[in-house]
Design a protein around this ligand. Structure first.
Ligand code: ZN
Length: 769
């Protein structure tokens, strides 16, 4: 019922005598308004495509990646909380380059006594400290952690020269490793395992004073090959604590020796199940492999509680083998309860597994494996079928950390077994998140050291979808008639961050060490950006296809941000450079508003603008051909002009044109708007977004129009739109469903919700005449 035209000027080309420079009053053309930069393509920001990485965002014909295979023997000294290890790394150089040295990551070295990581942050005196923090800061000697490297040898047993630089070790090769060649070497080490509950380590142990046991969640426990690739050469940026890991794929054979009464699980397939399981556990395991609807207990709580009292001096060796993984983690304790179920994945079965001490119950037996199984199904449907044989969720206090096939998760009930909704949702959410990390970055193997958002942002976005689906699938798990209370993902959730002090906000495209608030920067904002892209900018069909294309192109490979950005456009035919620029490369925020509304009526008489134009040039009306005018209504407008508002009645020029150029049928088909409005929308935030507007009319009709983001392409701060309608416009609201993360909604409505608008006052004036 309404027709929209772009503002101004376009109707003025009709006459021959003059040509208009578009300088009319009202079309304020100040310097800088013609601002194409927000829609400028990202050629300057993106690396030039090449034969390794195609312009389409797919791996190029010469794409390569290195391989690092590991054979390891690990021994846990439970009494002293210490690990001893020896590994043989076989490194395959698939790059075209000859390598003179190899870089190995020694991440445990972030916890040496003299670690520079302890000194990396400047700070003033805070308002206050938690006593625990205070003791840690001023009264405690640093933990004596870090790798003790006992030897580095080649496969003939000859010592290899090596240099340790903080968390990196350079191993000098006897001769350059040529393209296509392999090199094997052996490293022996040990280190003190940290208590992860006191120093926020990503792995370590928790000590349970009541029963004297430790529960270990162990990772970064072995010297690991750094990534070498076409983008960075060696990724040997140090591990300072925030930027996580960059690791090549490889095959692992790991033998782990622990006390005989421990229960252990980790990355890979157990090779000697009969040696380490009891007969009863084997029987239950066979059952679990056929249980698709609920978990089967492999170790019950009663059995775990009995084991807590044992403290065996004997040992057992658990042998695990994993193919095509980028890392390895394991968890071990005599406190662990263990349950498993099967999940159908195409024509394969995957085991969903949980391990938890009794302190996790009753929450963990109820929800952990359920959440694992759901995550595998949900993520697979949006990416690719989960390719590994199992996924394990381990309960560890305050932990949320991921490794291939295994992750540590928080969510502990009170000592009496009660728990809050917050604890429950936090636990389900962290399990979805950490199990989800199997997809990003364990399989779609992005460089976490450089780009936190590529795994955290994509994973948090997928987590949001999986959580919402969880709420629909298990309504009994959430509040009645509610949806799953996702902490991140909804546009409104990112508003406080994006409206914050600009001096403490970094763009998403920043190294995780250099941002102020890693949570909103690498998790919340990219997740929201992708959610808005899916729901509001691209639509689910285009987005889901493109996102899946990215996941499938880059599974078991190493993508860069550009590979993601390019693929999303390549697979959807949606130009998104403006979106990546705004959301990922800047700290612009969304704030769109209704700045001004003017009302017009149709007339044959030259309007005030035309009169001004003529008088400036010494012309008169006689110099013009008959034209149709929209004249602004103000206090001097004639009420009768309004009453005779129909253009076919009031504009003779228009009527004649229609009679001469249109058939009767065509004339009958045209709409005859009576009301015209020139609406000025502005965007103080500067981040272009689709302009979603709800128009309400006096006859009760409501019309929703979404102007494409491109409406901001010539002027990113202000745009005018002419709305014509048969009924009087009574309300305008931008983004009525809060889809765009608009940080200030007080300017989103006309008339303004609280105060009377200028137009209302003007209307009052007219009525008074
Ligand atoms: Zn994460």
């Amino acid at each position: 019922m309404i027709r929209i035209k772009y503002a101004f000027a376009s109707i003025l080309f009709l006459f021959a005598a003059v040509s208009f420079a578009q300088e009319q009053e009202g079309n304020e053309k100040e310097p800088g308004h013609y601002n194409q930069s927000k829609f400028k393509q990202l050629y300057e920001e993106f690396a030039t495509p090449n034969t390794y990485r195609s312009a389409s965002g797919a791996p190029g014909p010469d794409y390569y990646q290195q391989q690092a295979d590991y054979k390891m023997d690990i021994r846990l000294d439970d009494k002293n909380a210490k690990i001893y290890g020896e590994e043989t790394i076989t490194y395959t150089n698939n790059s075209p380059d000859a390598l003179e040295y190899l870089w190995v990551q020694l991440d445990q070295n972030v916890r040496t006594k003299d670690s520079k990581a302890l000194l990396k942050n400047g700070s003033g005196v805070p308002i206050a400290d938690q006593p625990k923090t205070f003791v840690g800061k001023y009264m405690t000697a640093p933990f004596d952690g870090g790798f003790v490297i006992e030897h580095v040898k080649d496969d003939s047993g000859k010592a290899l020269p090596h240099t340790i630089n903080f968390t990196m070790m350079r191993v000098d090769l006897p001769a350059p490793l040529k393209s296509g060649e392999k090199f094997s070497f052996n490293v022996k080490w040990n280190y003190n395992i940290p208590d992860h509950t006191v120093n926020r380590a990503r792995s370590g142990y928790e000590y349970f004073a009541e029963d004297g046991n430790r529960a270990y969640v162990i990772a970064q426990f072995f010297p690991r090959m750094a990534v070498y690739n076409d983008v960075e050469g060696w990724q040997n940026h140090q591990f300072w604590g925030n930027g996580e890991f960059a690791l090549p794929f490889g095959d692992y054979e790991v033998n782990i020796t622990v006390p005989a009464d421990h229960i252990l699980d980790g990355t890979g397939v157990l090779q000697n199940r009969k040696e380490v399981y009891t007969k009863e556990m084997l029987r239950r395991y066979e059952q679990a492999k056929k249980s698709y609807d609920k978990p089967v207990m492999i170790v019950t709580q009663a059995e775990a509680e009995a084991a807590e009292k044992g403290f065996s001096d004997k040992t057992k060796t658990w042998k695990l083998k994993a193919e095509n993984v980028r890392d390895f983690g394991f968890a071990t304790s005599r406190k662990f309860i263990w349950d498993m179920q099967a999940v159908k994945m195409g024509n394969r079965d995957v085991m969903a597994v949980s391990m938890y001490p009794k302190e996790g119950n009753p929450l963990w037996e109820e929800y952990s494996t359920k959440a694992v199984a759901h995550t595998l199904r949900s993520y697979s449907s949006h990416t690719f079928d989960y390719p590994y044989p199992k996924a394990i969720s381990v309960h560890a206090k305050n932990q949320g950390m991921e490794y291939p096939m295994i992750c540590w998760n928080y969510g502990r009930p009170n000592a009496d077994g009660t728990y809050s909704d917050r604890t429950k949702y936090g636990m389900i959410s962290v399990i979805i998140h950490e199990v989800g990390h199997n997809f990003f970055p364990m399989i779609v193997n992005s460089d976490e050291r450089q780009w936190g958002w590529m795994d955290e942002g994509l994973d948090t976005f997928m987590q949001y979808i999986a959580e919402q689906e969880f709420g629909e699938l298990y309504p009994e798990a959430i509040a009645p008639n509610d949806k799953y209370p996702s902490r991140r993902g909804d546009p409104a959730k990112i508003v406080p961050y994006m409206s914050g002090d600009q001096s403490t906000i970094a763009p998403i495209m920043s190294n995780p060490e250099n941002v102020f608030q890693l949570g909103p920067n690498a998790y919340g904002k990219p997740a929201t950006a992708l959610n808005i892209l899916r729901e509001t900018v691209m639509g689910r069909e285009l987005f889901d296809h493109a996102f899946k294309t990215y996941a499938q192109r880059w599974k078991f490979k190493h993508p860069t941000p550009e590979d993601f950005f390019r693929t999303m456009e390549d697979a959807s035919a949606v130009d998104l450079d403006w979106y990546w620029r705004g959301w990922f490369y800047t700290t612009d925020y969304v704030d769109m508003g209704v700045k001004n509304i003017k009302k017009y009526y149709v007339s044959d008489r030259p309007n005030k603008k035309m009169q001004a134009y003529l008088s400036e040039r010494g012309m008169t009306e006689a110099d013009l051909r008959p034209l149709v005018y929209l004249e602004e209504m103000d206090e001097t407008s004639d009420e009768t002009e309004l009453k005779n508002g129909l253009p076919s009645e009031t504009s003779k020029t228009l009527k004649e044109y229609m009679m001469d150029n249109m058939t009767a049928a065509e004339r009958a088909a045209v709409k005859e708007p009576k009301y015209f409005y020139e609406i000025t929308y502005n965007s103080p935030g500067g981040l272009p977004m689709p302009l979603i507007v709800e128009y309400t009319y006096a006859d009760g009709t409501v019309e929703n129009i979404t102007y494409p983001p491109e409406i901001w392409r010539k002027n990113s701060s202000e745009v005018m739109i002419v709305v014509s309608s048969a009924s009087e416009l009574t309300g305008v609201e931008i983004d009525p469903k809060m889809e765009t993360a608009d940080i200030d909604t007080t300017n989103n409505s006309w008339p303004k919700k609280e105060q009377e608008s200028d137009f209302d006052k003007m209307k009052e004036g007219i009525k008074g005449e």
